[in-house]
Structure formats: structure tokens, C-alpha cells
Design a protein around this ligand. Structure first.
Ligand SMILES: Nc1ncnc2c1ncn2[C@@H]1O[C@H](COP(=O)(O)OP(=O)(O)O)[C@@H](O)[C@H]1O
Ligand SMILES: [Mg+2]
Length: 153
């Protein structure tokens, strides 16, 4: 059953601590989608997740590359599908193999591959509130997502 929580992210610090908290819950095979307007905080949240996992380098937004990969105990695949012209590009690019039981895969703009992507464990939806703050809803779409959601607030 889909469960949803709304979280108010008062400022950048709160988005960063949320990302860090989420990173501590990640397990191989997790699939996480982030939706919301440009500048609503998706990449910021992913950056905090990667830093939470211990990545110390520069986290690039994959807006142009479409895809960046990070190695921890497990692999994290970070996609940004903003520049997709059609959902079919997901399969044409051979990206489907990155959704598997071993990797954590995080996708910004999943709606650009609607109808092709499988359902995620968690869907994070970001909304502008004002310059400094954002509203976010987290929807759980699997048992695994439910498990994570109970630790998130
Ligand atoms: N509470 C907040 N959470 C996330 N980003 C914020 C917040 N307040 C201000 N910002 C700013 O908004 C921008 C979000 O950009 P980004 O994360 O790249 O968005 P997206 O990936 O959704 O396009 C950044 O410049 C960030 O500093
Ligand atoms: Mg982004």
C-alpha cells in the first residue's frame, strides 16, 4: 500500500540532513526517484546522500552526462533524465541494466521515462516554498520503501 509523508525542509541544512539520514538507510537494490521543478532541491538531496555514504569528491549534477556512478560497499547510479526527448531513450541507451538487485539507483526526472521505468521503492517530490525552504512528499511504493519511510521524518 502506498504511504506518504510530507516533510518541510526549512533551509539547505535541513535538506542536507534529510539526505544524510536517507543515505544511512540505503541497501543494495534500492530504487529512488526524485521529482520536482528545476531548482527544487533534487540534486542537492542526492549530493547529501552521496556525502552521507562517504563520498568526498565533487558530486556533479548529471544534467548533461545523464548518468554518474559512485562506488561504495555497493554501487550508486545517479541519473538525471531531464534532457530525454522520449521515454524510449532509457532502453535505447541500455540503462535498464542499472536497475538491479545489487546497485542503489537514484533517478531525477523519472517522469521523462514514464511507462518504461519500473515503480520505485521511494518517490521524493520537491516543491518550492520560498527561496530558502522546500516542501517534500515522500511516497513509499514497495515493502522496502515502507521499511525506509518509518525511519524518515
Ligand atoms: N531548503 C533547500 N533545499 C534544497 N535546495 C535549496 C534549499 N534552499 C535553497 N536551495 C537552493 O536551491 C537550489 C537547488 O538546486 P538543485 O538541487 O540543483 O535542484 P534540482 O536538482 O531540483 O534542479 C540550490 O541552489 C540550493 O542551494
Ligand atoms: Mg538536478
Amino acid at each position: 500500500m502506498a504511504i506518504e509523508k510530507t516533510i518541510f525542509l526549512k533551509d539547505l541544512n535541513e535538506t542536507n540532513s534529510f539526505g544524510k539520514k536517507l543515505s544511512a538507510l540505503l541497501k543494495p537494490g534500492d530504487l529512488i526517484y526524485l521529482s520536482g521543478d528545476l531548482g527544487s532541491g533534487k540534486t542537492t538531496c542526492v549530493r547529501a546522500m552521496l556525502q552521507g555514504l562517504g563520498f568526498e569528491g565533487k558530486v556533479k549534477s548529471p544534467t548533461y552526462s545523464l548518468f554518474e556512478q559512485y562506488e561504495f560497499d555497493f554501487t550508486v547510479n545517479h541519473f538525471d533524465l531531464y534532457r530525454f526527448k522520449s521515454p524510449q531513450e532509457w532502453e535505447d541507451a541500455g540503462f535498464s541494466e542499472f536497475i538491479n538487485t545489487e546497485d542503489v539507483t537514484i533517478i531525477e526526472w523519472p517522469e521523462m521515462a514514464k511507462g518504461i521505468l519500473p515503480g520505485p521503492d521511494l518517490l521524493l517530490n520537491f516543491f518550492h516554498h520560498d527561496d530558502l525552504s522546500r516542501n517534500m512528499t515522500i511516497s513509499s511504493l514497495s515493502k522496502r520503501g515502507d521499511e525506509c519511510l518509518q525511519y524518515l521524518s
